[in-house]
Design a protein around this ligand. Structure first.
Ligand code: DOR
Ligand code: ZN
Length: 407
């Protein structure tokens, strides 16, 4: 596929020109490129071309909760949001604690073909809070462990998990929540768990990734730990930088925080202290939400929310947002994705940046509609997603891929 005339932006900056994708990879980029015979051509004049997005934190609900989302509906939501790869959490039913289960989910997603996944393994077996021996026998392609949805209660257990992680080169993804404290003080619950996990990572030498950081103190501690040489990365979600608790009480864990927290998170993004924006895409039915289920769907709104909040309102360069949504997460996951450069996977998003549009949850491709962004006017609409040179999503007004003029 040849993409013509787009404004090319990635973590390295901006330039004009074309992108040629051959055999699933970017073959050439920049300047005027002649179409090889038989190559479909997309005229992307007036659109931005970015490397497709990578989500470090997704819940696809398979197996066990397919009534909320399936691999197929989740993949369609990801494609519509501009994603070609997501990292799925283990809080399924049964909990994902085995290599066989993870591999079969990754194979199924690859067969669907819209969005590849990495499947995380639970830190403790079946979320029992104690057993970590299953981590010792993980094969080389499963490198991410997470108890997302829950914190690991006992410090000793987290220490044992991180010691194995350090030995085996696994990354521990931390849902920072001291479950004993969250009913009493959810801020303290996040802050204490963050500090504890940073110290355990320092002591064991494990690679730690802090999920959905939401408080000023937690972010401060992560920044300090990075300066001390702790191998820690962190993500911030679109909802935690869009809403504060004076405008929304939408139920999500961690909760929507105070204005001062939101300001601090955005400043940390501006200062380069944040490694990725991740959605925590958490589909729930209306009935489950009414019964108090925490979480919101995020894949289909993430780019527009972040583009509007960070680039339009705060003047953040689009190349920085590209780093946070593509190169940063791709590097953490060890993928050959995230840049518009020769040899990288041929995964590209075309986005319309100028015209405001209204989020309509009825238009979502995912199965669930639990979004606090419905009805919002945003900028940064994904109009086409390309994965390995094939179109996985196109908006009704997206440019057509035409057979090239040589045919
Ligand atoms: O609000 C949330 N919902 N936070 C999480 O960490 C988990 C998620 C879920 O699985 O529904
Ligand atoms: Zn989550």
């Amino acid at each position: 596929m040849l993409i013509r005339n787009a404004r090319l932006t990635d973590a390295g900056g901006e330039r004009a020109g074309d992108i040629l994708i051959e055999n699933g990879r970017i073959a050439r980029v920049g300047g005027r490129i002649d179409a090889p015979a038989g190559c479909p051509v997309v005229d992307a004049a007036g659109l931005a071309a970015l490397p497709a997005f990578v989500d470090l934190h997704t819940h696809f609900r398979t197996p066990g909760y397919e009534y909320k989302e399936t691999l197929a509906t989740g993949s369609a939501a990801a494609a519509r949001g501009g994603y070609t790869f997501v990292n799925c959490m283990a809080n399924t039913k049964p909990v994902c604690s085995s290599a066989a289960m993870a591999q079969s989910l990754m194979d199924d997603a690859a067969r669907i073909g819209l969005c590849d996944i990495n499947q995380c393994i639970s830190i403790t077996k079946d979320f029992d809070g104690h057993t970590v021996s299953h981590l010792r026998i993980l094969p080389h392609n499963l490198r991410f462990i997470s108890e997302d949805g829950k914190g690991v209660r006992e410090s000793k257990v987290m220490y044992q998990a991180m010691a194995i992680a350090a030995e085996k080169g696994l990354t521990v993804m931390s849902h920072a929540e001291d479950m004993d404290l969250s009913p009493i003080d959810y801020r303290l619950a996040e802050n204490l768990e963050t500090a504890r996990n940073l110290y355990i990572a320092q002591s064991t030498g494990a690679r730690l990734h802090m999920c959905h950081v939401s408080t000023r103190e937690a972010m401060e501690d992560i920044i300090t730990a990075k300066a001390r040489g702790v191998k820690v990365t962190c993500e911030v979600t679109p909802h935690h930088i869009w809403f504060d608790d004076t405008v929304s009480s939408y139920r999500v864990n961690p909760p929507i925080r105070a204005k001062a927290d939101v300001e601090y998170l955005i400043a940390a993004i501006e200062d380069g202290d944040v490694d990725a924006i991740a959605t925590d895409h958490a589909p729930h039915t209306e009935a489950d939400k009414a019964a108090g289920a925490p979480g919101l769907v995020g894949l289909e709104t993430a780019f527009a929310v972040c583009y509007t909040r960070l680039c339009v309102q705060r003047g953040l360069p689009l190349s920085t947002l590209s780093r946070l949504m593509s190169k940063g997460p791709a590097d953490i996951l060890g993928l050959n994705k995230g840049l518009l450069a020769e040899g990288y996977d041929g995964d590209v998003v075309l986005a319309e940046l100028e015209q405001p549009f209204t989020v309509r949850k009825e238009d979502f491709a995912g199965r669930s509609r639990n979004t606090p962004f419905d009805g919002l006017s945003l900028r940064g609409r994904v109009v086409m997603t390309v994965k390995a040179g094939k179109v996985t999503y196109r908006a009704p007004d997206a440019p057509a891929a035409r057979p090239c003029e040589h045919l």
